[in-house]
Design a protein around this ligand. Structure first.
Ligand SMILES: [Zn+2]
Length: 648
Protein backbone atom coordinates (compact mmCIF):
# COMPACT_ATOMS: atom_id res chain seq x y z
CA UNK A 1 0.00 0.00 0.00
CA UNK A 2 1.45 3.41 -0.96
CA UNK A 3 2.16 5.90 1.81
CA UNK A 4 -0.66 8.39 2.11
CA UNK A 5 0.20 12.03 1.53
CA UNK A 6 -1.28 15.05 3.31
CA UNK A 7 -3.12 17.62 1.21
CA UNK A 8 -1.18 20.36 -0.57
CA UNK A 9 -2.76 23.77 0.02
CA UNK A 10 -2.03 27.04 -1.83
CA UNK A 11 0.29 29.48 -0.09
CA UNK A 12 -1.12 32.27 2.08
CA UNK A 13 -0.30 34.87 -0.61
CA UNK A 14 -1.46 32.77 -3.58
CA UNK A 15 -4.45 35.05 -4.20
CA UNK A 16 -8.18 34.60 -4.60
CA UNK A 17 -8.06 32.63 -7.86
CA UNK A 18 -5.66 29.98 -6.54
CA UNK A 19 -7.59 29.53 -3.32
CA UNK A 20 -10.88 29.46 -5.13
CA UNK A 21 -9.58 26.74 -7.47
CA UNK A 22 -8.22 24.68 -4.59
CA UNK A 23 -11.42 25.01 -2.58
CA UNK A 24 -13.35 23.92 -5.63
CA UNK A 25 -11.32 20.70 -5.87
CA UNK A 26 -12.15 19.91 -2.24
CA UNK A 27 -15.83 20.82 -2.45
CA UNK A 28 -17.38 20.95 -5.97
CA UNK A 29 -15.22 18.09 -7.26
CA UNK A 30 -15.82 15.93 -4.19
CA UNK A 31 -19.56 16.53 -4.42
CA UNK A 32 -19.43 15.57 -8.10
CA UNK A 33 -17.69 12.32 -7.13
CA UNK A 34 -20.37 11.64 -4.52
CA UNK A 35 -23.19 12.33 -7.02
CA UNK A 36 -21.64 10.03 -9.58
CA UNK A 37 -21.17 7.25 -7.04
CA UNK A 38 -24.77 7.58 -5.83
CA UNK A 39 -26.03 7.33 -9.40
CA UNK A 40 -23.88 4.31 -10.15
CA UNK A 41 -24.98 2.60 -6.94
CA UNK A 42 -28.60 2.94 -7.97
CA UNK A 43 -27.92 1.90 -11.57
CA UNK A 44 -25.89 -1.15 -10.63
CA UNK A 45 -26.88 -2.77 -7.37
CA UNK A 46 -23.97 -4.65 -5.75
CA UNK A 47 -24.52 -8.34 -5.09
CA UNK A 48 -23.33 -8.37 -1.53
CA UNK A 49 -23.96 -6.02 1.39
CA UNK A 50 -20.21 -5.78 1.95
CA UNK A 51 -19.70 -4.30 -1.48
CA UNK A 52 -22.66 -1.96 -1.10
CA UNK A 53 -21.20 -0.68 2.18
CA UNK A 54 -17.82 -0.16 0.57
CA UNK A 55 -19.39 2.05 -2.05
CA UNK A 56 -21.48 3.77 0.63
CA UNK A 57 -18.19 4.52 2.39
CA UNK A 58 -16.81 6.09 -0.78
CA UNK A 59 -19.84 8.36 -1.09
CA UNK A 60 -19.55 9.41 2.55
CA UNK A 61 -15.81 10.04 2.28
CA UNK A 62 -16.37 12.44 -0.62
CA UNK A 63 -19.17 14.18 1.29
CA UNK A 64 -17.04 14.41 4.42
CA UNK A 65 -14.24 16.04 2.41
CA UNK A 66 -16.61 18.69 1.08
CA UNK A 67 -18.01 19.41 4.53
CA UNK A 68 -14.56 19.59 6.13
CA UNK A 69 -13.03 22.04 3.64
CA UNK A 70 -16.09 24.28 3.46
CA UNK A 71 -16.60 24.43 7.25
CA UNK A 72 -12.97 25.23 7.95
CA UNK A 73 -12.30 27.72 5.16
CA UNK A 74 -15.36 29.88 5.88
CA UNK A 75 -14.14 30.32 9.47
CA UNK A 76 -10.45 31.04 8.88
CA UNK A 77 -9.71 32.40 5.42
CA UNK A 78 -8.67 36.09 5.36
CA UNK A 79 -10.22 36.62 1.88
CA UNK A 80 -13.95 37.43 1.99
CA UNK A 81 -14.54 36.04 -1.50
CA UNK A 82 -13.03 32.70 -0.49
CA UNK A 83 -15.08 32.60 2.72
CA UNK A 84 -18.24 33.26 0.72
CA UNK A 85 -17.39 30.50 -1.73
CA UNK A 86 -16.88 28.15 1.22
CA UNK A 87 -20.26 29.07 2.65
CA UNK A 88 -21.91 28.39 -0.69
CA UNK A 89 -20.08 25.08 -0.99
CA UNK A 90 -21.33 24.09 2.45
CA UNK A 91 -24.89 24.84 1.37
CA UNK A 92 -24.33 22.57 -1.65
CA UNK A 93 -22.89 19.83 0.54
CA UNK A 94 -25.89 20.04 2.88
CA UNK A 95 -28.21 19.93 -0.11
CA UNK A 96 -26.61 16.75 -1.41
CA UNK A 97 -26.60 15.18 2.06
CA UNK A 98 -30.30 15.98 2.42
CA UNK A 99 -31.07 14.56 -1.02
CA UNK A 100 -29.16 11.40 -0.17
CA UNK A 101 -30.75 11.02 3.25
CA UNK A 102 -34.20 11.28 1.62
CA UNK A 103 -33.33 9.03 -1.33
CA UNK A 104 -35.78 6.18 -1.09
CA UNK A 105 -33.98 4.11 -3.75
CA UNK A 106 -30.68 4.07 -1.85
CA UNK A 107 -32.48 3.38 1.42
CA UNK A 108 -34.31 0.45 -0.16
CA UNK A 109 -31.04 -1.00 -1.41
CA UNK A 110 -29.71 -1.00 2.11
CA UNK A 111 -32.83 -2.15 3.89
CA UNK A 112 -33.58 -5.27 1.84
CA UNK A 113 -30.23 -6.83 2.64
CA UNK A 114 -31.42 -8.61 5.77
CA UNK A 115 -34.39 -10.22 4.08
CA UNK A 116 -32.21 -11.47 1.27
CA UNK A 117 -29.50 -12.56 3.72
CA UNK A 118 -26.83 -10.65 1.88
CA UNK A 119 -25.38 -9.38 5.14
CA UNK A 120 -23.74 -12.63 6.24
CA UNK A 121 -20.05 -12.24 6.73
CA UNK A 122 -20.13 -8.56 7.72
CA UNK A 123 -17.70 -7.88 10.54
CA UNK A 124 -18.70 -5.84 13.62
CA UNK A 125 -17.52 -2.52 12.18
CA UNK A 126 -19.37 -3.03 8.91
CA UNK A 127 -22.48 -4.11 10.79
CA UNK A 128 -22.25 -0.95 12.87
CA UNK A 129 -21.85 1.25 9.81
CA UNK A 130 -24.91 -0.37 8.27
CA UNK A 131 -26.99 0.10 11.41
CA UNK A 132 -25.92 3.72 11.77
CA UNK A 133 -26.79 4.37 8.12
CA UNK A 134 -30.25 2.86 8.51
CA UNK A 135 -30.82 4.81 11.71
CA UNK A 136 -29.76 8.07 10.03
CA UNK A 137 -32.00 7.33 7.06
CA UNK A 138 -35.02 6.87 9.33
CA UNK A 139 -34.17 9.97 11.35
CA UNK A 140 -34.07 11.95 8.14
CA UNK A 141 -37.65 10.93 7.29
CA UNK A 142 -36.86 8.81 4.22
CA UNK A 143 -39.77 6.44 4.94
CA UNK A 144 -42.34 9.27 5.29
CA UNK A 145 -44.82 10.43 2.66
CA UNK A 146 -43.79 12.74 -0.14
CA UNK A 147 -45.22 15.92 1.43
CA UNK A 148 -43.31 15.33 4.67
CA UNK A 149 -40.08 14.62 2.81
CA UNK A 150 -40.51 17.78 0.74
CA UNK A 151 -41.00 19.89 3.84
CA UNK A 152 -38.02 18.27 5.60
CA UNK A 153 -35.91 19.07 2.56
CA UNK A 154 -36.98 22.73 2.69
CA UNK A 155 -36.35 22.93 6.42
CA UNK A 156 -32.90 21.39 6.12
CA UNK A 157 -31.87 23.93 3.52
CA UNK A 158 -33.12 26.86 5.55
CA UNK A 159 -31.50 25.52 8.75
CA UNK A 160 -28.14 25.49 6.98
CA UNK A 161 -28.55 29.09 5.80
CA UNK A 162 -29.62 30.27 9.23
CA UNK A 163 -26.75 28.48 10.99
CA UNK A 164 -24.31 30.15 8.61
CA UNK A 165 -25.90 33.57 9.09
CA UNK A 166 -25.77 33.14 12.88
CA UNK A 167 -22.05 32.32 12.86
CA UNK A 168 -21.25 34.94 10.22
CA UNK A 169 -22.89 37.67 12.32
CA UNK A 170 -20.69 36.72 15.28
CA UNK A 171 -17.50 36.44 13.22
CA UNK A 172 -18.05 39.69 11.32
CA UNK A 173 -18.94 41.82 14.34
CA UNK A 174 -15.87 44.02 14.54
CA UNK A 175 -17.26 46.44 17.12
CA UNK A 176 -14.62 48.25 19.14
CA UNK A 177 -14.93 50.24 22.35
CA UNK A 178 -12.86 53.17 23.59
CA UNK A 179 -11.64 53.84 27.10
CA UNK A 180 -9.59 56.61 28.64
CA UNK A 181 -5.88 55.79 29.16
CA UNK A 182 -6.21 55.96 32.96
CA UNK A 183 -8.91 53.29 32.76
CA UNK A 184 -6.22 50.76 31.88
CA UNK A 185 -5.03 50.87 35.51
CA UNK A 186 -4.42 47.33 36.75
CA UNK A 187 -3.54 45.85 33.34
CA UNK A 188 -0.10 44.24 32.81
CA UNK A 189 2.57 46.64 31.49
CA UNK A 190 3.25 44.66 28.29
CA UNK A 191 -0.49 44.64 27.54
CA UNK A 192 -0.76 48.43 28.08
CA UNK A 193 2.24 48.92 25.82
CA UNK A 194 0.50 46.94 23.07
CA UNK A 195 -2.57 49.22 23.34
CA UNK A 196 -1.36 52.74 22.51
CA UNK A 197 -3.43 55.91 22.91
CA UNK A 198 -5.01 57.08 19.63
CA UNK A 199 -5.17 60.56 18.10
CA UNK A 200 -8.43 61.21 19.96
CA UNK A 201 -6.69 60.60 23.29
CA UNK A 202 -8.55 57.30 23.83
CA UNK A 203 -7.51 53.65 23.72
CA UNK A 204 -9.41 51.47 21.25
CA UNK A 205 -10.17 47.88 22.27
CA UNK A 206 -11.49 45.01 20.16
CA UNK A 207 -14.01 42.49 21.47
CA UNK A 208 -11.62 39.59 20.87
CA UNK A 209 -10.51 37.48 23.82
CA UNK A 210 -6.96 38.90 24.12
CA UNK A 211 -8.50 42.34 24.74
CA UNK A 212 -11.67 41.42 26.62
CA UNK A 213 -10.35 38.84 29.07
CA UNK A 214 -7.49 40.95 30.52
CA UNK A 215 -9.79 43.99 30.78
CA UNK A 216 -12.45 42.06 32.71
CA UNK A 217 -9.83 40.36 34.86
CA UNK A 218 -7.50 43.22 35.73
CA UNK A 219 -9.01 46.67 35.06
CA UNK A 220 -9.60 48.28 38.47
CA UNK A 221 -12.04 50.79 36.96
CA UNK A 222 -15.54 49.27 37.15
CA UNK A 223 -16.88 51.68 34.54
CA UNK A 224 -14.30 50.43 32.03
CA UNK A 225 -15.15 46.80 32.82
CA UNK A 226 -18.84 47.61 32.45
CA UNK A 227 -18.23 49.21 29.04
CA UNK A 228 -16.30 46.18 27.78
CA UNK A 229 -18.64 43.56 29.31
CA UNK A 230 -21.71 45.31 27.95
CA UNK A 231 -20.31 45.56 24.42
CA UNK A 232 -19.01 41.97 24.56
CA UNK A 233 -22.44 40.69 25.60
CA UNK A 234 -24.09 42.55 22.74
CA UNK A 235 -21.99 41.05 19.95
CA UNK A 236 -24.13 40.09 16.94
CA UNK A 237 -27.15 41.74 18.53
CA UNK A 238 -29.75 42.57 17.34
CA UNK A 239 -28.72 40.91 14.03
CA UNK A 240 -28.99 37.40 15.47
CA UNK A 241 -32.35 37.73 17.24
CA UNK A 242 -34.46 37.04 14.16
CA UNK A 243 -32.00 34.37 12.98
CA UNK A 244 -32.30 32.50 16.28
CA UNK A 245 -36.07 32.76 16.48
CA UNK A 246 -36.50 31.35 12.99
CA UNK A 247 -33.87 28.62 13.52
CA UNK A 248 -35.30 27.43 16.86
CA UNK A 249 -38.85 27.34 15.50
CA UNK A 250 -37.76 25.48 12.38
CA UNK A 251 -35.93 22.87 14.44
CA UNK A 252 -39.08 22.47 16.51
CA UNK A 253 -41.16 21.92 13.37
CA UNK A 254 -38.49 19.57 12.02
CA UNK A 255 -38.65 17.35 15.11
CA UNK A 256 -42.46 17.44 15.25
CA UNK A 257 -42.73 16.42 11.57
CA UNK A 258 -40.70 13.31 12.36
CA UNK A 259 -42.85 12.46 15.36
CA UNK A 260 -40.67 13.71 18.22
CA UNK A 261 -41.78 15.71 21.23
CA UNK A 262 -39.46 18.62 20.57
CA UNK A 263 -35.99 19.11 19.10
CA UNK A 264 -34.13 17.96 22.25
CA UNK A 265 -35.84 14.54 22.07
CA UNK A 266 -34.83 14.22 18.42
CA UNK A 267 -31.28 15.39 19.02
CA UNK A 268 -30.70 13.35 22.20
CA UNK A 269 -31.81 10.09 20.62
CA UNK A 270 -28.34 9.55 19.16
CA UNK A 271 -26.44 10.73 22.25
CA UNK A 272 -25.36 8.91 25.38
CA UNK A 273 -28.03 10.77 27.34
CA UNK A 274 -30.78 9.26 25.17
CA UNK A 275 -33.83 11.48 25.74
CA UNK A 276 -34.80 15.13 25.99
CA UNK A 277 -36.25 14.60 29.46
CA UNK A 278 -32.94 13.19 30.62
CA UNK A 279 -31.27 16.50 29.68
CA UNK A 280 -33.65 18.42 31.97
CA UNK A 281 -33.08 15.86 34.75
CA UNK A 282 -29.29 16.03 34.34
CA UNK A 283 -29.31 19.83 34.60
CA UNK A 284 -31.30 19.57 37.84
CA UNK A 285 -29.02 16.87 39.24
CA UNK A 286 -25.87 18.90 38.62
CA UNK A 287 -27.46 22.15 39.84
CA UNK A 288 -28.48 20.52 43.10
CA UNK A 289 -25.04 18.97 43.58
CA UNK A 290 -23.41 22.40 43.11
CA UNK A 291 -25.95 24.44 45.11
CA UNK A 292 -24.18 24.73 48.46
CA UNK A 293 -20.73 25.49 47.08
CA UNK A 294 -22.14 27.96 44.54
CA UNK A 295 -23.95 29.94 47.25
CA UNK A 296 -20.79 29.93 49.37
CA UNK A 297 -18.70 31.17 46.42
CA UNK A 298 -21.24 33.90 45.61
CA UNK A 299 -21.30 35.14 49.21
CA UNK A 300 -17.50 35.31 49.40
CA UNK A 301 -17.37 37.30 46.15
CA UNK A 302 -20.19 39.66 47.18
CA UNK A 303 -18.50 40.34 50.50
CA UNK A 304 -15.32 41.27 48.65
CA UNK A 305 -17.23 43.48 46.16
CA UNK A 306 -18.77 45.33 49.11
CA UNK A 307 -15.34 46.28 50.43
CA UNK A 308 -15.11 48.45 47.29
CA UNK A 309 -18.79 49.23 46.78
CA UNK A 310 -20.78 48.86 50.01
CA UNK A 311 -24.05 49.46 48.16
CA UNK A 312 -23.62 46.43 45.84
CA UNK A 313 -26.60 44.08 46.02
CA UNK A 314 -25.39 41.36 43.65
CA UNK A 315 -22.37 40.12 41.74
CA UNK A 316 -22.73 40.96 38.04
CA UNK A 317 -20.88 40.23 34.82
CA UNK A 318 -18.69 43.33 35.10
CA UNK A 319 -17.37 42.17 38.49
CA UNK A 320 -17.18 38.37 38.38
CA UNK A 321 -13.79 37.83 36.78
CA UNK A 322 -12.22 40.82 38.49
CA UNK A 323 -13.24 39.80 42.00
CA UNK A 324 -12.58 36.09 41.55
CA UNK A 325 -9.13 37.24 40.51
CA UNK A 326 -8.87 39.56 43.51
CA UNK A 327 -9.86 36.76 45.89
CA UNK A 328 -7.37 34.37 44.35
CA UNK A 329 -4.69 37.01 44.76
CA UNK A 330 -5.59 38.18 48.27
CA UNK A 331 -6.84 34.97 49.87
CA UNK A 332 -4.91 32.30 47.98
CA UNK A 333 -1.77 34.27 47.09
CA UNK A 334 -2.13 33.60 43.37
CA UNK A 335 -1.43 36.64 41.24
CA UNK A 336 -2.36 35.97 37.60
CA UNK A 337 0.15 38.60 36.51
CA UNK A 338 2.87 36.72 38.32
CA UNK A 339 1.61 33.44 36.84
CA UNK A 340 1.55 34.63 33.22
CA UNK A 341 5.28 35.46 33.33
CA UNK A 342 5.81 31.70 33.02
CA UNK A 343 3.58 31.22 29.99
CA UNK A 344 5.21 32.74 26.93
CA UNK A 345 3.26 31.55 23.90
CA UNK A 346 6.13 29.86 22.03
CA UNK A 347 7.24 27.89 25.06
CA UNK A 348 3.69 26.79 25.81
CA UNK A 349 3.11 25.56 22.28
CA UNK A 350 6.34 23.56 22.33
CA UNK A 351 5.56 22.33 25.83
CA UNK A 352 2.19 21.06 24.74
CA UNK A 353 3.80 19.06 21.92
CA UNK A 354 6.45 17.66 24.26
CA UNK A 355 3.91 16.67 26.92
CA UNK A 356 1.46 14.96 24.56
CA UNK A 357 4.33 13.41 22.62
CA UNK A 358 5.74 11.79 25.74
CA UNK A 359 2.34 10.79 27.09
CA UNK A 360 1.05 9.07 23.95
CA UNK A 361 4.33 8.18 22.18
CA UNK A 362 3.60 10.76 19.49
CA UNK A 363 6.19 12.66 17.44
CA UNK A 364 5.67 16.06 15.84
CA UNK A 365 7.85 17.25 12.97
CA UNK A 366 7.28 20.85 11.99
CA UNK A 367 6.74 21.14 8.23
CA UNK A 368 6.87 24.20 6.02
CA UNK A 369 3.47 23.43 4.48
CA UNK A 370 1.53 26.23 2.77
CA UNK A 371 -1.70 27.28 4.53
CA UNK A 372 -4.20 30.15 4.53
CA UNK A 373 -2.22 32.42 6.88
CA UNK A 374 1.42 32.90 7.97
CA UNK A 375 0.39 32.52 11.65
CA UNK A 376 -0.36 28.84 11.09
CA UNK A 377 2.25 26.25 12.06
CA UNK A 378 1.95 22.72 10.70
CA UNK A 379 3.33 19.40 11.97
CA UNK A 380 3.44 15.86 10.73
CA UNK A 381 2.43 13.50 13.52
CA UNK A 382 3.90 10.05 14.12
CA UNK A 383 2.85 7.30 16.52
CA UNK A 384 5.64 4.97 17.58
CA UNK A 385 7.57 6.40 14.60
CA UNK A 386 4.87 5.74 11.98
CA UNK A 387 3.22 8.72 10.22
CA UNK A 388 -0.41 9.04 11.31
CA UNK A 389 -1.52 12.48 10.14
CA UNK A 390 -0.90 16.20 10.00
CA UNK A 391 -2.02 19.02 12.29
CA UNK A 392 -2.21 22.79 11.78
CA UNK A 393 -2.24 25.29 14.64
CA UNK A 394 -3.93 28.64 13.88
CA UNK A 395 -3.78 30.21 17.31
CA UNK A 396 -3.93 34.02 17.13
CA UNK A 397 -6.87 36.36 16.44
CA UNK A 398 -7.40 38.39 13.27
CA UNK A 399 -10.46 40.13 11.84
CA UNK A 400 -13.23 37.90 10.39
CA UNK A 401 -11.73 34.77 11.91
CA UNK A 402 -13.72 32.35 14.10
CA UNK A 403 -13.61 34.11 17.46
CA UNK A 404 -13.77 31.21 19.94
CA UNK A 405 -11.58 28.09 20.28
CA UNK A 406 -12.26 24.82 18.46
CA UNK A 407 -10.82 21.94 16.51
CA UNK A 408 -11.78 21.74 12.83
CA UNK A 409 -11.34 18.87 10.41
CA UNK A 410 -9.37 19.35 7.20
CA UNK A 411 -9.65 15.66 6.25
CA UNK A 412 -11.14 12.67 8.03
CA UNK A 413 -8.80 9.70 8.13
CA UNK A 414 -9.80 6.63 6.11
CA UNK A 415 -7.43 3.66 6.11
CA UNK A 416 -5.67 3.25 2.78
CA UNK A 417 -7.38 6.33 1.35
CA UNK A 418 -6.56 9.51 3.19
CA UNK A 419 -4.62 10.70 6.22
CA UNK A 420 -6.42 12.54 9.02
CA UNK A 421 -5.61 16.25 9.14
CA UNK A 422 -6.95 18.52 11.86
CA UNK A 423 -6.77 22.21 12.65
CA UNK A 424 -6.89 24.09 15.93
CA UNK A 425 -8.50 27.51 15.55
CA UNK A 426 -7.98 29.62 18.67
CA UNK A 427 -7.49 33.25 19.70
CA UNK A 428 -4.50 33.48 22.04
CA UNK A 429 -2.18 36.46 22.50
CA UNK A 430 1.21 36.41 20.77
CA UNK A 431 3.16 37.16 23.94
CA UNK A 432 2.37 36.06 27.49
CA UNK A 433 -0.66 33.85 28.04
CA UNK A 434 -3.00 33.55 31.00
CA UNK A 435 -2.96 30.12 32.60
CA UNK A 436 -6.63 29.83 31.55
CA UNK A 437 -5.44 30.09 27.94
CA UNK A 438 -2.97 27.28 28.55
CA UNK A 439 -5.79 25.10 29.87
CA UNK A 440 -7.90 25.95 26.79
CA UNK A 441 -5.01 25.03 24.50
CA UNK A 442 -4.61 21.62 26.19
CA UNK A 443 -8.38 21.14 25.94
CA UNK A 444 -8.54 21.82 22.21
CA UNK A 445 -5.46 19.71 21.60
CA UNK A 446 -7.33 16.83 23.24
CA UNK A 447 -9.84 17.01 20.37
CA UNK A 448 -7.03 17.20 17.82
CA UNK A 449 -5.30 14.08 19.17
CA UNK A 450 -8.63 12.23 19.18
CA UNK A 451 -9.14 13.20 15.53
CA UNK A 452 -5.67 12.06 14.47
CA UNK A 453 -5.15 8.98 16.68
CA UNK A 454 -8.74 7.84 16.10
CA UNK A 455 -8.53 8.65 12.40
CA UNK A 456 -7.39 5.23 11.19
CA UNK A 457 -10.61 3.43 10.43
CA UNK A 458 -11.76 1.72 7.31
CA UNK A 459 -15.14 3.46 7.68
CA UNK A 460 -15.34 7.24 7.48
CA UNK A 461 -18.53 7.14 9.55
CA UNK A 462 -16.54 5.72 12.51
CA UNK A 463 -13.37 7.76 12.21
CA UNK A 464 -11.77 10.28 14.58
CA UNK A 465 -14.14 12.04 16.95
CA UNK A 466 -17.16 10.19 15.52
CA UNK A 467 -18.39 9.07 18.94
CA UNK A 468 -21.68 10.13 20.50
CA UNK A 469 -21.51 13.90 20.58
CA UNK A 470 -21.96 14.16 24.35
CA UNK A 471 -18.82 12.07 24.86
CA UNK A 472 -16.71 14.23 22.60
CA UNK A 473 -15.68 16.70 25.33
CA UNK A 474 -14.36 13.97 27.62
CA UNK A 475 -10.94 13.45 25.98
CA UNK A 476 -10.43 17.23 25.78
CA UNK A 477 -11.45 17.90 29.38
CA UNK A 478 -9.29 15.00 30.53
CA UNK A 479 -6.22 16.52 28.89
CA UNK A 480 -6.83 19.78 30.80
CA UNK A 481 -5.66 17.93 33.93
CA UNK A 482 -2.10 17.90 32.56
CA UNK A 483 -2.10 21.71 32.47
CA UNK A 484 -2.55 21.68 36.26
CA UNK A 485 0.24 19.25 37.16
CA UNK A 486 3.41 20.67 38.68
CA UNK A 487 5.81 18.24 37.00
CA UNK A 488 4.18 18.76 33.64
CA UNK A 489 4.19 22.56 33.99
CA UNK A 490 7.77 22.77 35.20
CA UNK A 491 8.81 21.04 31.97
CA UNK A 492 7.96 24.10 29.88
CA UNK A 493 6.66 26.97 32.01
CA UNK A 494 9.76 29.05 32.62
CA UNK A 495 10.18 32.79 33.04
CA UNK A 496 12.48 35.08 31.06
CA UNK A 497 15.52 33.88 33.00
CA UNK A 498 14.64 30.22 32.44
CA UNK A 499 13.43 29.59 36.02
CA UNK A 500 10.58 27.04 36.08
CA UNK A 501 7.29 27.96 37.70
CA UNK A 502 7.67 27.32 41.46
CA UNK A 503 5.95 24.22 42.85
CA UNK A 504 4.32 26.16 45.67
CA UNK A 505 2.83 28.61 43.16
CA UNK A 506 1.28 25.71 41.22
CA UNK A 507 -0.07 24.29 44.50
CA UNK A 508 -1.68 27.64 45.30
CA UNK A 509 -3.06 27.92 41.73
CA UNK A 510 -4.76 24.56 42.19
CA UNK A 511 -6.15 25.55 45.55
CA UNK A 512 -7.40 28.84 44.12
CA UNK A 513 -8.94 27.02 41.16
CA UNK A 514 -11.13 25.07 43.56
CA UNK A 515 -12.62 28.38 44.62
CA UNK A 516 -15.61 29.38 42.46
CA UNK A 517 -16.02 25.84 41.07
CA UNK A 518 -19.62 25.68 42.33
CA UNK A 519 -20.36 29.10 40.91
CA UNK A 520 -18.87 28.14 37.54
CA UNK A 521 -20.83 24.89 37.50
CA UNK A 522 -24.08 26.77 38.05
CA UNK A 523 -23.20 29.21 35.24
CA UNK A 524 -22.64 26.21 32.98
CA UNK A 525 -26.08 24.89 33.97
CA UNK A 526 -27.59 28.27 33.05
CA UNK A 527 -26.09 27.88 29.54
CA UNK A 528 -27.23 24.24 29.36
CA UNK A 529 -30.76 25.17 30.45
CA UNK A 530 -30.92 27.99 27.88
CA UNK A 531 -29.74 25.70 25.08
CA UNK A 532 -32.34 23.09 26.12
CA UNK A 533 -35.32 25.38 26.79
CA UNK A 534 -34.86 27.65 23.77
CA UNK A 535 -35.24 24.48 21.67
CA UNK A 536 -37.98 22.82 23.70
CA UNK A 537 -40.17 25.96 23.81
CA UNK A 538 -38.89 28.31 21.10
CA UNK A 539 -39.66 31.99 21.86
CA UNK A 540 -41.64 34.03 19.34
CA UNK A 541 -39.23 36.97 19.14
CA UNK A 542 -35.96 38.42 20.39
CA UNK A 543 -37.63 39.87 23.46
CA UNK A 544 -38.88 36.38 24.27
CA UNK A 545 -35.34 34.98 24.08
CA UNK A 546 -34.03 37.76 26.32
CA UNK A 547 -36.82 37.10 28.85
CA UNK A 548 -36.14 33.35 28.85
CA UNK A 549 -32.42 34.00 29.24
CA UNK A 550 -33.05 36.28 32.24
CA UNK A 551 -35.41 33.79 33.86
CA UNK A 552 -32.90 30.94 33.53
CA UNK A 553 -30.00 33.09 34.66
CA UNK A 554 -31.96 33.93 37.81
CA UNK A 555 -32.74 30.24 38.39
CA UNK A 556 -29.33 28.69 37.78
CA UNK A 557 -26.59 31.30 37.77
CA UNK A 558 -25.28 33.13 40.81
CA UNK A 559 -24.38 36.13 38.62
CA UNK A 560 -26.84 38.98 38.01
CA UNK A 561 -27.40 39.94 34.36
CA UNK A 562 -26.05 43.27 33.11
CA UNK A 563 -28.77 45.65 31.97
CA UNK A 564 -29.27 46.00 28.22
CA UNK A 565 -27.16 42.98 27.28
CA UNK A 566 -28.04 40.06 24.98
CA UNK A 567 -25.39 37.40 25.36
CA UNK A 568 -27.52 34.81 23.53
CA UNK A 569 -26.87 36.62 20.21
CA UNK A 570 -23.23 35.48 20.22
CA UNK A 571 -23.75 32.15 22.04
CA UNK A 572 -22.32 30.19 19.10
CA UNK A 573 -23.14 26.80 20.62
CA UNK A 574 -26.86 27.44 19.98
CA UNK A 575 -26.10 26.59 16.38
CA UNK A 576 -23.34 24.00 16.68
CA UNK A 577 -24.53 22.14 19.81
CA UNK A 578 -28.24 23.03 19.46
CA UNK A 579 -29.99 21.71 22.60
CA UNK A 580 -26.87 19.88 23.76
CA UNK A 581 -24.78 22.38 25.71
CA UNK A 582 -25.15 20.00 28.69
CA UNK A 583 -22.55 17.93 26.78
CA UNK A 584 -19.67 19.73 28.50
CA UNK A 585 -20.82 18.77 31.97
CA UNK A 586 -21.87 15.27 30.91
CA UNK A 587 -18.42 14.75 29.41
CA UNK A 588 -16.79 16.28 32.49
CA UNK A 589 -18.45 13.68 34.70
CA UNK A 590 -16.85 11.01 32.49
CA UNK A 591 -13.52 12.87 32.25
CA UNK A 592 -13.22 12.98 36.04
CA UNK A 593 -13.85 9.24 36.14
CA UNK A 594 -11.30 8.58 33.37
CA UNK A 595 -8.76 10.65 35.29
CA UNK A 596 -9.28 8.50 38.37
CA UNK A 597 -7.45 5.70 36.53
CA UNK A 598 -4.27 7.78 36.21
CA UNK A 599 -1.57 8.01 38.89
CA UNK A 600 -1.70 11.60 40.13
CA UNK A 601 1.91 11.39 41.27
CA UNK A 602 3.06 10.36 37.83
CA UNK A 603 0.85 11.59 35.03
CA UNK A 604 3.31 10.21 32.48
CA UNK A 605 3.00 6.61 33.72
CA UNK A 606 3.12 4.82 30.36
CA UNK A 607 0.81 1.83 30.82
CA UNK A 608 -2.38 3.72 31.63
CA UNK A 609 -1.73 6.42 29.00
CA UNK A 610 -1.19 3.78 26.30
CA UNK A 611 -4.32 1.91 27.41
CA UNK A 612 -6.34 5.13 27.23
CA UNK A 613 -4.90 5.96 23.80
CA UNK A 614 -5.55 2.49 22.40
CA UNK A 615 -8.88 1.61 24.02
CA UNK A 616 -10.60 4.99 23.73
CA UNK A 617 -8.91 7.47 21.38
CA UNK A 618 -7.81 5.01 18.70
CA UNK A 619 -11.24 3.37 18.60
CA UNK A 620 -12.97 6.43 17.14
CA UNK A 621 -16.66 5.57 16.87
CA UNK A 622 -16.28 1.79 16.54
CA UNK A 623 -18.27 1.12 19.70
CA UNK A 624 -20.64 3.05 21.97
CA UNK A 625 -18.71 5.49 24.13
CA UNK A 626 -19.99 3.87 27.33
CA UNK A 627 -18.46 0.57 26.18
CA UNK A 628 -15.12 2.18 25.31
CA UNK A 629 -14.99 3.80 28.74
CA UNK A 630 -15.88 0.54 30.45
CA UNK A 631 -13.17 -1.24 28.48
CA UNK A 632 -10.63 1.32 29.73
CA UNK A 633 -11.81 1.55 33.34
CA UNK A 634 -12.72 -2.12 33.75
CA UNK A 635 -16.14 -1.03 35.04
CA UNK A 636 -18.97 1.25 33.90
CA UNK A 637 -18.39 4.98 34.45
CA UNK A 638 -20.06 6.62 37.43
CA UNK A 639 -20.79 9.96 39.12
CA UNK A 640 -18.56 9.54 42.22
CA UNK A 641 -15.30 11.01 40.89
CA UNK A 642 -17.15 14.10 39.72
CA UNK A 643 -19.03 14.49 43.04
CA UNK A 644 -15.75 14.18 44.97
CA UNK A 645 -14.13 16.81 42.75
CA UNK A 646 -17.07 19.18 43.15
CA UNK A 647 -17.02 18.81 46.95
CA UNK A 648 -13.27 19.51 47.27
ZN1 LIG B 1 -14.06 21.08 23.46
Amino acid sequence: MPDLEPLTLPTADAGTAAWSAWLSTRTDDQLAVAREQIASLKADRPDRAAELLDRWNGINTALSNAFAASSLVQQVHPDAAVREQAEQAQVEAHRLLTDLSLDRAVYDLMVVDDAEQRTSGLDDDAERVRNVALRDFRRSGVDRDQATRDRVRQINERETELGQAFERNIRDDVTTVKVRPEQLAGLPADWVEAHPVGDDGLVELSLEYPDVVPMLTFATDREARLTVATAFNNRAWPANDDVLVELMNLRQEHAALLGYDGWPAYDAEVKMIGTGDAIAAFIEKISTAAEASAVRDRDIILERVRQDRPEAEAVDGADTRFYIEAIKREQHSVDAQEVRRYFAFEKVRQGLLDVTGRLFDLGYVQVDAPTWHPDVTSYDVTLAGQPIGRIHLDLHPRPHKFSHAAQFTLTDGVTGRQLPEGVLVCNFPQGLMEHDDVVTLFHEFGHLIHHVVGGHQRWVRLTGVATEWDFVEAPSQLLEEWAWDVTVLQGFATDETGTPIPADLVARMREAEDFAKGLTTRTQMFYAALSYRIHQEPPADGAGIAALSRELQATYSMIAPLPETHFHAAFGHLDSYSSGYYTYMWSLVIAKDLFSAFDRDDLFAPEVAARYRDRILAQGGRRDAADLVEDFLGRPFGFDSFATWLAQ
